[in-house]
Design a binder for this molecule. Structure first.
Ligand SMILES: Cc1cc2nc3c(=O)[nH]c(=O)nc-3n(C[C@H](O)[C@H](O)[C@H](O)COP(=O)(O)OP(=O)(O)OC[C@H]3O[C@@H](n4cnc5c(N)ncnc54)[C@H](O)[C@@H]3O)c2cc1C
Length: 293
């Protein structure tokens, strides 16, 4: 199918883009188009105006600043994939990006577009949740920051106003030497996950000093497994500890759809969480499920 008719706008500055978004009725922003174009073609969205962010200056780039990675919203997923800075400082982001679609979609798709599309199983949404990211948005009254925990407002709905544009994602870094793992269960390579798990561990003197565990694809947005994080912090990592703690993931509120029932998602949440923690802690090297990938 072809998209419905709309008027196309091609701003060159952020001020121009915000101005257009604030004055035009029923407008949509275009980033990489990898979600918006299918949504247009399937007539799920029917905008009168499309505002293209691709030639707006200053919205791309990856840098380290004040203990965090600052990533411009229009930074392509492929640039994150090949960034040495990302690989060295934020291994979870590097690992997660390899699960997103295909190189063709990563060539165009942006981090800002992925966070704003807010698919429940989107890998970048899970990484932002896992790392307690902050999103900066620009609107007619200036800029404001949103903690990522407050960013999902509902299914496919970010907590930003209709006249706001995401400009930057700030990902606080964990200490050097921390461990990360990202695993997912998908029907086929390149597809969205049915359920995913993202784990971060800081292990000091044989004990877990800090833990972050995020489960994607179960609820309308990825959720932090706070109960698991609390249960394993201060403990020595072991498969038994992780298996016991991750049982609490079976009580997550879960969605059901054509691909999986709520009960199956809860089961996957418990299993994949345990596996992600084991992998991050280096306990899974000989596990059959790990050898297969
Ligand atoms: C075949 C295929 C497979 C895919 N597989 C995966 C996968 O496995 N995992 C995954 O996570 N994704 C997957 N995707 C989606 C892909 O990652 C998209 O790139 C991403 O969801 C949207 O990013 P985009 O830059 O293309 O944004 P667009 O499609 O251009 O925009 C998406 C939405 O965000 C809004 N938006 C964009 N930028 C901004 C901004 N700066 N401020 C405010 N609103 C904004 C748009 O208006 C639109 O509503 C796949 C896509 C395809 C086509």
């Amino acid at each position: 199918m072809k998209p419905p008719a709309f008027q196309y706008h091609d701003p060159k500055t952020l001020a121009e883009a915000v101005g257009l978004l604030s004055t035009l009725d029923n407008a949509k922003l275009l980033a990489g188009g990898q979600s918006l174009m299918p949504m247009l073609n399937m007539r799920f969205v029917l905008p009168d105006h499309v505002i293209d962010l691709n030639r707006v200056e200053g919205l791309s780039g990856i840098k380290e600043s004040g203990g965090a990675l600052e990533i411009g919203a229009m930074t392509r997923q492929r640039d994150l994939e090949f960034s040495d800075l990302v690989k060295a400082k934020c291994p979870l982001l590097h690992l997660a990006i390899m699960h997103i679609g295909h190189r063709q979609t990563r060539n165009r798709g942006t981090i800002g577009g992925s966070l704003c599309h807010l698919d429940p199983a989107a890998e970048l949404v899970s990484v932002a949740m896992a790392h307690d990211a902050t999103v900066t948005v620009a609107g007619p009254n200036g800029t404001r920051e949103i903690a990522f925990a407050d960013f999902p407002a509902g299914y496919l709905t970010p907590a930003i106003e209709l006249n706001e544009i995401v400009t930057t994602i700030r990902i606080p870094l964990w200490p050097a030497g921390h461990k990360a793992a990202f695993i997912e269960f998908a029907r086929r390579h390149g597809d969205f996950a049915i359920v995913s798990a993202a784990a971060l561990l800081q292990i000091d003197n044989g004990k877990i000093a800090r833990a972050s565990l995020t489960v994607g694809g179960v609820a309308v947005a990825p959720v932090r497994a706070a109960e698991v994080e609390n249960a394993i912090t201060g403990q020595a990592p072991s498969s038994e500890l992780f298996a016991k703690a991750c049982e609490s993931c079976r009580s997550f509120e879960a969605m059901a759809d054509i691909h999986a029932s709520a009960e199956y998602r809860q089961h996957l949440a418990a299993v994949l969480s345990r596996r992600a923690l084991e992998k991050a802690a280096g306990l899974a090297d000989n596990a059959p499920w790990n050898r297969a990938h």
